[in-house]
Design a protein around this ligand. Structure first.
Ligand SMILES: *Cc1c(COP(=O)(O)O)cnc(C)c1O
Length: 375
């Protein structure tokens, strides 16, 4: 059976092989040697040897896939990206502040997500907008030379892929080269594992799993060890990165089933050739779709070519009265969840790792056919 192609921005499509394996293991999870446990993963103690083996393999596979250096901890948390908007400043805002003083944080606002992060952080620190793409309606990334960074900022926050506006950093900012000693914090929720990460430039990366790694409920945090242990006194223990790290993400019960599912995705990614292969595939998919949009008279994408997202492709019909017809026709062709985010309207095709090239080819063919019927 050919399942429809699902372009959801998140929770998003998962590889069918992963869903099939999870279904087969639902009632009785077997270990790598084929030994049956007699339990489903949801029913296991997080401290039992079965789940520990699932956890350790998931962590090791992720470390290998993302090439995470040894001096970074991988934390499996809960609360999603929005909770991290508070958890990050509760842990890091005091990093470079004098004892007892409120810390300074710089934000580069390139769309809805970094704007949300900026607003939440103001509860925990002196949050500043160092640069903003708002004047250009979030269709570009302000050049790093224009960023107004504070010397004493504990960290600089950047959302490296804006899921709603479709704006992606093609390289990470090099804060050192900009004369800054602040840590770089990246929200990589919606493009993690689609391209390599230059860890030499990063202090902390976080992301919800439900875009490109697995189901909702799991939040990934990758944090450099020297950034641990600076949490504000008000920080809940379960959200203190040092506490979480010291307890191998088991200070409280972790989202066991979501970790298992993400672990299956990591194994799938390795079988596909890892992040390097995903990057090549993403480029092929994104190029095909942007080219179709740019060549057409009906569709348009408004993002500067240098920072168009390979993962989330927002586009508009120049005749917006055709939106409902476009979506209805897409559905009959097995192309699901193409409606744009309510805050920006139009359409959005999210083409994460689990979207095969065939899905983008089917979308492009439909877009061409729809445009021809309009002529
Ligand atoms: C989806 C998303 C979030 C929010 O994640 P939640 O799990 O809903 O809290 C944050 N940042 C980015 C870039 C996202 O795409």
């Amino acid at each position: 059976m050919q399942r429809p192609f699902n372009f959801s921005a998140g929770p998003a499509a998962m590889p069918p092989e992963v869903l099939t394996q999870a279904a087969a293991e639902m009632l009785d999870w077997p270990d790598a040697a084929g030994q049956h446990s007699g339990m489903g993963v949801m029913e296991m103690s997080h401290r039992g040897k079965e789940f520990i083996s699932i956890y350790e393999r998931a962590e090791a596979d992720l470390r290998e896939l993302l090439a995470v250096p040894g001096h970074f901890k991988i934390l499996f948390m809960q609360g999603g990206g929005l909770a991290e908007n508070a958890i990050v400043p509760m842990n890091l805002s005091a990093l470079r502040a004098p004892q007892g003083a409120v810390g300074t944080i710089d934000f580069v606002v390139t769309g809805s997500w970094s704007d949300k992060s900026f607003k939440e952080a103001g509860k925990y620190g002196q949050a500043h907008v160092a640069a903003s793409g708002e004047a250009g309606k979030f269709t570009n990334i302000p050049p790093t030379s224009s960023w107004q960074l504070h010397d004493n900022a504990s960290y600089v926050h950047v959302c490296t892929n804006e899921t709603i506006h479709g704006v992606e950093f093609q390289t990470l900012p090099n804060l050192k080269a900009l004369g800054s000693s602040s840590a770089l914090v990246i929200d990589f929720s919606s493009h993690v594992a689609s391209r390599p990460v230059d860890w030499g430039r990063v202090g902390l990366a976080f992301g919800g799993a439900q875009k490109n790694l697995g189901p909702a409920g799991l939040t990934l945090v990758v944090v450099r060890e020297d950034l641990l242990g600076h949490a504000l006194a008000i920080c809940p223990s379960a959200f203190n990165y040092k506490t979480v790290a010291d307890n191998q993400s088991m200070y409280n019960t972790p989202p066991t089933y979501a970790i298992y599912m993400a672990g299956l995705v990591f194994q799938w990614l390795k079988r596909q050739g890892g992040v390097a292969a995903m990057e090549q595939r993403s480029l092929a998919k994104a190029n095909l779709l942007y080219e179709a949009i740019d060549k057409s008279a009906l569709y348009e994408n408004r993002v500067d070519k240098g920072c168009r997202s390979r993962m989330n492709v927002p586009f508009y019909l120049r005749d917006e009265s055709r939106n409902d017809a476009f979506l209805a026709g897409a559905k009959t062709r097995g192309l699901l969840q193409l409606k744009g985010h309510k805050s920006v309207g139009g359409m959005r095709a999210s083409i994460y790792n689990a979207m095969p090239l065939a899905g983008v080819q089917a979308l492009v063919a439909y877009m061409r056919d729809f445009e021809q019927t309009q002529a």
